[in-house]
Design a protein around this ligand. Structure first.
Ligand code: NAD
Ligand SMILES: OC[C@@H](O)C(O)[C@H](O)CO
Length: 311
């Protein structure tokens, strides 16, 4: 049997797959440039503010994992403000239980938009699939997936226990993958395209300092590569896959035991001299999720860190 690395089988693959991809791109409205009806000339009839609004609008239903967390809550509000028609919040029962007031606030501020919660531990593949099927039934389609579910762990590499390593990898990498695969399959079947956004981190680009976080750093580097791999594989289905890499945001994740001294160091080593506010991630999130503004952006990562990684 031919081996994948064998050059003849690689050539064969290219011959079989490439023309199909080119064909599908040529006739694919999901990946083609904007259509004539969306052209700037046609839109001159609209007011400048309406054109600006449309440029950064998002549409359809978003599944948001880790949806009650600090960054996710800010992203949900931005999605609602920019036109999302439905929000499906995935999180573990304990977090859903303590966040009911935030979810009620969304419902109060956006009374005409369906916002539902689902108890989902992203590490549980069957539960993820079941919940994605349920979202499809509840909302009719899934157009965006934003993966925020994540955990952090600090330990010296020499002392780190296998369970600590697995806990971080299982949520941050495998959990993100389970959700992306389930939603990606749904988007492929719908033939509507869509946008998938992963949350990587500056930790995926360089080693965090001063806290020792070998597992967390490795998990976020894996998330970056997960995004790029899916971007390449699913582009012809009109599914764009990107990531954001936040720097040190002022959230509960960064308030853990032993991080007080680290917070001072992070701010001192930041060109803007401070940690970030979750709201400061919204622009990048909306850009990447918007079908129009983000139309030609896939396989990209946007670092939002106040310049932390250039120092
Ligand atoms: N806060 C930062 O500075 C920062 C920086 C870079 C990247 N990030 C990443 O952003 C994401 C969100 O971080 P945050 O600061 O909002 O943290 P957060 O702790 O406020 O939110 C994380 C959410 O993930 C959920 N979660 C954890 N395990 C889960 C599981 N098994 N299944 C489903 N949900 C689960 C939690 O319940 C929580 O709602 C994480 O992936 C984190 O690694 C955060
Ligand atoms: O690198 C920044 C973050 O990913 C994270 O907030 C931090 O490392 C957690 O301590």
């Amino acid at each position: 049997m031919a081996n994948d690395n064998d050059s003849s089988s690689r050539d064969d693959l290219v011959k079989r797959v490439l023309p199909q991809m080119q064909l599908s791109h040529a006739s694919n409205p999901l990946t083609a440039p904007l259509q004539a009806t969306d052209s700037p000339e046609m839109e001159l009839e609209l007011s400048a503010s309406e054109r600006a609004r449309r440029r950064f609008a998002v549409d359809g239903t978003a599944v948001v994992t880790g949806g009650t967390g600090a960054i996710a809550r800010s992203a949900i509000r931005a999605l609602l403000e920019h036109g999302a028609s439905g929000i499906a919040i995935f999180d573990v029962p304990a977090s859903l239980g303590t966040s009911s007031s935030s979810i009620d606030a969304f419902k109060k501020d956006f009374p005409n938009i369906k916002i539902l919660t689902y108890e989902v531990d992203v590490r549980n593949e069957n539960r993820v699939r079941e919940a994605v099927d349920q979202v499809k039934l509840d909302f009719g389609s899934i157009d965006m997936l934003l993966c925020f579910a994540g955990v952090v762990g600090s330990a010296h590499a020499a002392d780190m226990q296998a369970d600590d390593w697995r806990r971080v990898m299982d949520v941050n990498v495998t959990g993100s993958w389970f959700c992306a695969q389930a939603v990606g399959r749904c988007m492929i079947t719908q033939q509507t395209g869509g946008s998938i956004l992963f949350t990587a981190s500056i930790s995926g680009h360089r080693v965090n300092f001063p806290q020792p976080q070998v597992g967390y750093n490795a998990s976020k580097a894996a998330v970056l590569q997960l995004a790029r791999s899916l971007a390449a594989e699913w582009a012809s289905y009109g599914i764009r896959v990107n990531s954001i890499s936040p720097g040190y945001m002022d959230t509960i994740l960064n308030e853990g035991e032993g991080l007080a001294a680290a917070r001072t160091i992070w701010a001192e080593r930041n060109p803007l001299g401070r940690m970030g506010d979750v709201e400061e991630l919204s622009g990048a999130i909306i850009l990447l999720c918007s079908r129009r503004a983000g139309r030609y952006i896939t396989g990209a990562d946007i670092v939002v860190d106040g310049g932390q990684i250039v120092f």
